[in-house]
Write a protein that binds this ligand. Sequence first.
Ligand code: G3H
Length: 527
Amino acid sequence: MSNTIPAEFQIKEQIHQQRYLLNGELRAWAGDSTTVYSTISSTEEYATTALGSIPDMGEKEALEALDAAQKAYNKGQGVWPTMHVKDRIECMEKFVKQMETKREEIVKLLMWEIGKSLPDSQKEFDRTVEYVYDTIEDYKQLDRDAAKFHKHDGVYAHIKRGPLGVVLCLGPYNYPLNETFALLIPAIIMGNTAIFKPAKHGVLLITPLLEAFQNSFPKGVINILFGRGRAVAAPIMQTGKVDILALIGNSKSANALQNQHPKSNRLRLVLGLEAKNPAIVLPDADMKLTINEVVAGTTSFNGQRCTALKIVYVHNDVSETFLKQLATSVDGLKFGNPWEDGVKLTPLPEPQKPEYIQELIDDAIAKGAKIINKKGGKRFDNYIWPAILYPVTKDMRVYQEEQFGPVIPVVSFQDIEEPLDDMADSNYGQQVSLFGKDVYALSPLIDALVNLVCRVNLNSSCQRGPDVYPFTGRKDSAQATLSVHDALRSFSIRTFVAFKDNDLNNETIENLLGAKLSNFVSTDYIL
Ligand code: G3H
């Protein structure tokens, strides 16, 4: 790996984040801090790079943030939850315009903090900005569709969607901007107030946005905390004052947090959790296309995607060809620092990840698997080359655990019932990739698979995007649905004004509409 870092990507100054956003103020932090390290080396001889530091907050600040969010919501009577939709949209537009000016800084931090390649970091930023604009457009449409009165059985109804309250928002490290904002933006725009704690990696990249958050929204609408989840999220949940837990992470943390809430019946969950998406390669699969998609699905961002292909089932008839071609393709990928041209494999942000992947490999080998590719398992200071492991069996850890890293377990099958049964028995249920052409084989499979997962990708690797499509999962993989459109629904509830059809009510409503005093009862069409 070359250690020549282009001038524009060098870390010239560390970022010591000493401010946090609470109740509309950027407060100074004087307490303990945690150093943020990148596993990327800045020197010829390998050493991690210190990028700066973040506040190490605790219960006190967590409860202050909760208090600020609660006051801003003010039991549904706050300025924000009662504001006219078009005014909330204006705040969001002000925010996103400022966000767009921070592209360079954020992209650079994405590369250093989580090791994402330059094109993927740029894509994450652009995709997030687009997500905000699409959310605004969708919300306008939602509001336009609701700008009317229904009438049934002599009762009129003016039905809209309203906020639920205070949202605790926790995002993941692999998409610290995109996935976090895919929760936060719809949550806020619907009139909720939020406490947001960035993920364990990908924290400093929030710094350039603090001022934009501060000057775009009324005080207390968004409060940003730094620190460990256990230290700040747990005390907030224990109060029972959180109305929505929005978390992209794993079911263990989701369960631990929701169990802290004393009245879980009041808690809405919006969760994107772990997955072990399989690829199923049928005997008639187009091999070239399949290899390309399986390589992308298993190795993009080093397999650190909830949608990554984490187990590959290949039919016995084609397993030899498949493994040979897969090995050549995986070993042909380029490893390097995120800014290097054509780089596909990049340093892992979690220092202990190569060791964990090594454990999975060792366990699989001890139980009878082999590493199929020459470079498989090759160790670097901050990386381990994706090992193609075959044949993988159910007793292996790599079969059972969500590896979330660079290792490719391959299982062979003779009867399609084998992968289907495995999927039915699995705790996961997000997506599957199905490779084949014969419609007589595909049709019954598709019909069964749509009930085991929530997206069947035909001759394509699994992915979340385009973000307008529903993103969800069954079993331990998700709760609620995210997409530009669905997220607005997930973070709101239908609420309405109803009245019996009589002269008094009709006149009152006509006057109400004419006076344009209510932000809720309004048939104004937002363009
Ligand atoms: O980590 C899970 C992400 O939602 C995956 O998104 O499929 O666009 O990489 P992606």
